[in-house]
Design a protein around this ligand. Structure first.
Ligand SMILES: Nc1nc2c(ncn2[C@@H]2O[C@H](COP(=O)(O)OP(=O)(O)O)[C@@H](O)[C@H]2O)c(=O)[nH]1
Ligand SMILES: [Mg+2]
Length: 297
């Protein structure tokens, strides 16, 4: 018997905002490397999630969703990051939400076909479809006239359908040794991930109240024996927004810090001492120079 060859390669994770691209990336990696919230546009940066299996290694390029709003410099950068992530990939996952397909999904599909990479369709969130008999006609409709290297109804949240998806993805990758060590889970630094953990809590805890123009800068990241000392600055655009983030008697900011710290300790596997501040800087989200300074490239 010939052993199955080891495969490894890059897979772009593409789709509209909020379909579950980051949840899927995390489920495949087996750790939370990419932040997730109910708000669209949670993912602002391109991020590599490394998923290692005995048969091969998937290097998942999680992206901000492709979308149409091009007005702000930040949106332009997010779109560039999503489109740019197609360069040099071996395959792409087009993630859609079960039961839905609209112009933006078509936009994403066309972008992928244009790039000439094999596209695997992932129909996510099937756990939300109560009547499963609706799934088959839906799948037939959205795949008609389109070319996919595979179609996988899954639930990233419940981790169902992932094994078959991994198998069909690996088959599309070149035969080669693993490109990253098996203990590596992302290409991002702990410093970057720490900022994301704070941003995730902002998204989750402030909901609709959260000013869109909020970002996090890690000012301090020091190893102190077995402990990490982290200082995070939350940037907003106006004084009124600062008051919202801080909350009554500072309760909200404390809660954001407490939850973010727990997430950091889980991901980094060490004790974390986290300090947070809120500062105001006018117009940062529409200022390319300010964006670069805050880590958006
Ligand atoms: N019910 C359900 N919710 C999901 C699933 N996958 C993601 N979600 C939720 O959808 C929202 C957006 O997920 P996220 O991964 O941030 O989407 P992204 O913008 O495409 O990266 C979050 O609230 C997730 O918990 C799924 O399979 N089932
Ligand atoms: Mg995301």
């Amino acid at each position: 018997m010939t052993p199955t060859p080891h495969r490894a390669g890059y897979v772009a994770v593409i789709g509209r905002p909020n379909v579950g691209k980051s949840t899927l990336t995390n489920a495949l990696v087996g750790a939370k490397v990419s932040i997730v919230s109910q708000r669209p546009q949670t993912t602002r940066h391109r991020l590599l999630g490394i998923a290692t299996f005995p048969e091969g290694q998937l290097l998942l390029v999680d992206t901000p969703g492709i979308h149409r709003e091009q007005k702000r410099a930040m949106n332009r950068m997010m779109n560039r990051a999503a489109r740019g992530s197609l360069e040099g990939v071996d395959a792409a996952l087009l993630v859609v939400r079960a039961g839905q397909w609209d112009d933006e999904d078509t936009l994403a599909y066309d972008a992928l076909r244009g790039a000439g990479v094999p596209v695997v369709l992932v129909v996510n969130q099937v756990d939300r479809i109560a009547d499963k008999t609706k799934l088959l006609p839906y799948l037939a409709k959205i795949t008609e006239g389109r070319e996919f290297a595979g179609v996988h109804p899954i639930s990233a949240l419940k981790r169902s359908g992932l094994e078959a998806l991994v198998k069909s993805l690996l088959a599309l990758l070149p035969e080669q040794d693993a490109l990253y060590g098996e203990d590596e889970i992302t290409d991002k630094s702990q410093r970057f991930l720490a900022g994301e953990m704070v941003r995730e809590q902002l998204m989750r805890q402030l909901g609709e109240e959260l000013p869109y123009a909020t970002t996090v800068e890690i000012e301090r990241f020091e190893v102190d024996g077995a402990m990490l000392r982290i200082g995070a600055v939350i940037w907003v655009e106006r004084d009124g927004q600062k008051a919202i983030v801080i909350g009554k008697a500072g309760t909200r900011l404390r809660e954001i810090g407490a939850k973010a710290r727990i997430q950091m300790e889980r991901l980094f596997g060490s004790k974390v001492f986290l300090e947070t501040w809120v500062r105001v800087r006018e117009g940062w989200s529409d200022d390319e120079a300010a964006l670069r300074q805050l880590g958006y490239e």
